[in-house]
Design a protein around this ligand. Sequence first.
Ligand code: F0G
Length: 355
Amino acid sequence: AKQWQGVLREYSQQLGVTEASTVVTLGEGGTPLIESRPLSAMVDGRVFVKFEGLNPTGSFKDRGMTVAVSRAVERGAKAIACASTGNTSAAAAAYAAAAGIQAVVLVPEGRISMGKLAQSVVHGARIVQIRGNFDDCLEISKELAEHYPVHLVNSVNDDRIEGQKTASFEIVDVLGDAPDIHCIPVGNAGNITAYWRGYSEAESSGMATKRPRMLGFQAAGAAPIVRGAVVRDPDTVATAIRIGNPASWQGALDARDQSGGWIGAIEDADILRAQRLLASSTGVFVEPASAISVAGLLERHAAGEIPAGSTIALTVTGHGLKDAQYGLRQDDGTDATPEAADADVAQVAQMLGLA
Ligand code: F0G
């Protein structure tokens, strides 16, 4: 059987890939678009979840990283660098390993999940924890790339946006057209920029007849675009989007304004509730930052902004196992501790109320 070839080969025409191009791939993309009947019922529409946690390193970052690393290698780079809240660094580390080059990753000290840090370690990245936040890390990586022989692979590098736009193509391919509404988390704002580009190209090439309204969501404690001002000390449980000065700020505004969309802020408690709702109702376990797509959809529905009968795509950006401790947390805020029994079937049956 023929397996999925990764986004550079599957979308070679849209990405300008030829036989002569360097392709560093782990088979990213081709992620499932899962219809959620419970969410559909809640908003009186059809809700489809684009599960990006099923990419090779567990997040959507792989789509951009295959392009960025392939082009870096093509230009002779021996090292790549990025700032990250954890997922970009995991992807950079893995694709650098695949390419046989060095990754240098700068992360905010003590503020990335253990799963993501472990990925960078195991793939052999050079990791520096910066005593500061993501925005400080990004400034340093940009300057490193400007003055030293390392190739920047943050989404300020347009190759990342090019790769990430392929998720829109996949959604259009599966649905047969663009959805009416697309919900997406916003951190550094590269992904909403990429999706909007993808949908725009799908429309202009005739793959789709329309473009969706783009609804982007930031965590309330890290919502510079909603507030219209840089947030100096961003804070949220959704560490992946704990960003106060997004690099692609203008791209997010363009997606919102050109699509008649919205960028809103969501409280941490609603993010965590949405994470459990998606996992328990639909079978999809995502990290907190990703669950903001679900929380945001429900908030917009409550505000009367989701017309009945709409087709809605939700991007859930990263796997729940990245940040597994939130999976254990229950509605009352305590961690689940499963009951224990002896190795005795009668006792287990009684405990379960079966006997
Ligand atoms: N969801 C997850 C799981 C992320 O890791 C990120 C960004 C986003 C959403 C937001 O996407 O930045 O394109 O608006 N993570 C970056 C990182 C910042 O370093 O991994 P965005």
